[in-house]
Design a protein around this ligand. Structure first.
Ligand SMILES: Nc1ncnc2c1ncn2[C@@H]1O[C@H](COP(=O)(O)OP(=O)(O)OP(=O)(O)O)[C@@H](O)[C@H]1O
Ligand SMILES: [Mg+2]
Length: 249
């Protein structure tokens, strides 16, 4: 069953066309990795899923509901179901980790302080952070990997059905990247979360992906199982996967 469907999506910013005739389906509980050169439209794709931007034409369905046709109230409901871990500045710098992670609960629920505290602790433990060690710290006092995990804790706290991760391992060393990859798989296995992961990290992508989508030159170059990307002789895909030279967008 598809939880996310892109149907012939075109997107231009002013005169600049970024996506042309982009169609794909994402199945429940799958981990789908979206790859492609810088500027190829990966972040643009996931911003469409939560209705942060509208397509120039075409449709995006989440659980069968057309996102571009959602009104404000429906968009709020959608954003409770779809967590978004942003590419940049995922945490609020001026808030400590407790305030950051509890933020969605304060915004979207009427839980008591005690209930909120319990849920924050659960979320931090889920991502492998010790609440007592980090709750009072500010984002700049955490390592990059810990910040990414805290951001994921904040994203999971409303128990979303879908999580969109925009480059969750960028800037991390191999060990911290591996921890994030394991976390994405754990959230899928334990909570049944459907995941869309934008990544430049081919090694981590192969560890976690059920499906991989490669964007190139405004179009979907390939949408297939990881095995396909490992074995294809297509020169553009090989260049990208093997990382042997620069690609023109
Ligand atoms: N709000 C916007 N207004 C104008 N142009 C935009 C906007 N958002 C994205 N673009 C343009 O759309 C193109 C795709 O951007 P996008 O952020 O989706 O790329 P990306 O694949 O995520 O790249 P990266 O790997 O560098 O994060 C870029 O050329 C970018 O300049
Ligand atoms: Mg991006």
């Amino acid at each position: 069953m598809s939880v996310i469907e892109f149907k012939h999506v075109y997107k231009s910013f002013g005169k600049k066309s970024v996506l042309e005739d982009v169609s794909f389906n994402i199945k429940k509980k799958d981990i789908t990795v979206v790859m492609g050169p810088s500027g190829s439209g990966k972040s643009t794709i996931i911003k469409h899923i939560v209705g942060l931007i509208k397509p120039t034409s075409g449709d995006i369905l989440v659980n069968g509901i057309s996102v571009p046709k959602c009104n404000e109230k429906q968009l709020l409901d959608l954003r409770k179901k779809v967590g978004f871990a942003f590419q940049f500045g995922a945490l609020f710098d001026s808030m400590n980790i407790y305030e950051n992670v509890s933020f969605p609960l304060v915004e979207h629920t009427k839980l008591s302080q005690k209930q909120i505290k319990r849920k924050v602790n659960e979320s931090l433990e889920l991502v492998g952070l010790k609440p007592d060690d980090v709750l009072h710290l500010y984002p700049h006092e955490l390592s990059g990997g810990m910040q990414k995990r805290a951001a994921i804790a904040r994203t999971t706290i409303l128990h979303p059905e879908i999580i969109l991760y925009d480059e969750p391992t960028s800037g991390l060393d191999p060990i911290a990247s591996d921890l994030i990859s394991r976390l994405i798989v754990k959230l899928r296995n334990e909570l049944g979360i459907t995941s869309v992961v934008i990544s430049h990290d081919i090694k981590e992508s192969f560890k976690i992906a059920d499906q991989m989508i490669m964007l190139y030159n405004k179009h979907i170059k390939a949408d297939n199982k990881p095995e396909f990307f490992k074995t294809t002789n297509d020169p553009i895909i090989r260049q990208f996967i093997d990382g042997i030279s620069e690609l023109k967008v």
